[in-house]
Design a protein around this ligand. Sequence first.
Ligand code: ATP
Length: 237
Amino acid sequence: MLRVDGLSAWYGEAQALREVSMRVDEGEIVTLVGRNGAGKTTLLRCLMGLHGTYGRTMGTISVSGVDVTGLPPHARARRGLGYVPDDRGIYATLSVEENLMLAPVVKSGGGPEPWPLERVYETFPHLRERRRSPGTTLSGGEQQMLVLARVLRTGARLLLCDEPTEGLSPLFVQRIGEILREVREAGTTVLLVEQNVHFAASVADRHYLLAEGRIVESLDRDQVREREHQLLEYLGI
Ligand SMILES: Nc1ncnc2c1ncn2[C@@H]1O[C@H](COP(=O)(O)OP(=O)(O)OP(=O)(O)O)[C@@H](O)[C@H]1O
């Protein structure tokens, strides 16, 4: 589904990614784990085509066998990529429903169907209740639900989620886990940046450990469970 070969990225002269090669297969949930500054957000931005405003990149990115390296973000969205940024990107002057409707629906052939608004509200009842309120008056957990719902409404086939559980209460973390498993069942593939190793181990099939811009290890679910303590220490959590 996603294949990355020899991806490097710079901010001016400073190199943030060093020849990253990785893959995410269709229907998998894969996490990117690493300390602050390891390059996780940079990697997701490169995948979505958003790094260009910061600096140059090298390497190739392909989605379902098609090279998307030269494509702008909207063209990558048409190929099925959906980005859930860490700053959430909610517009204060728009209502919850307007924020939800902001991204256009894309249907790139095969894979999951775009979620109609009714389905969004069934899955996220809080959003229905607050649909006329400004998006930024939602709690942190509700805002995270809003950005997830927004990207599911587009029909994205591969979700790129940047720390969706950061700063959320255990109840919201659990709910996000349930939703990710549910969307995976429906055929969506997920690449997740995650510092919460326990959560990552509970939802993901595989994990990449990123350090100083390099992939240093690839771990399966059991390896992460066995080494959870060691990984927490490594991440300084
Ligand atoms: N806009 C920027 N300008 C210059 N350097 C940047 C910029 N954004 C990130 N960097 C640098 O690039 C490197 C990777 O940062 P990145 O944000 O990708 O890491 P991260 O693993 O996502 O960390 P965090 O969990 O703190 O977000 C770091 O050294 C960081 O200081």
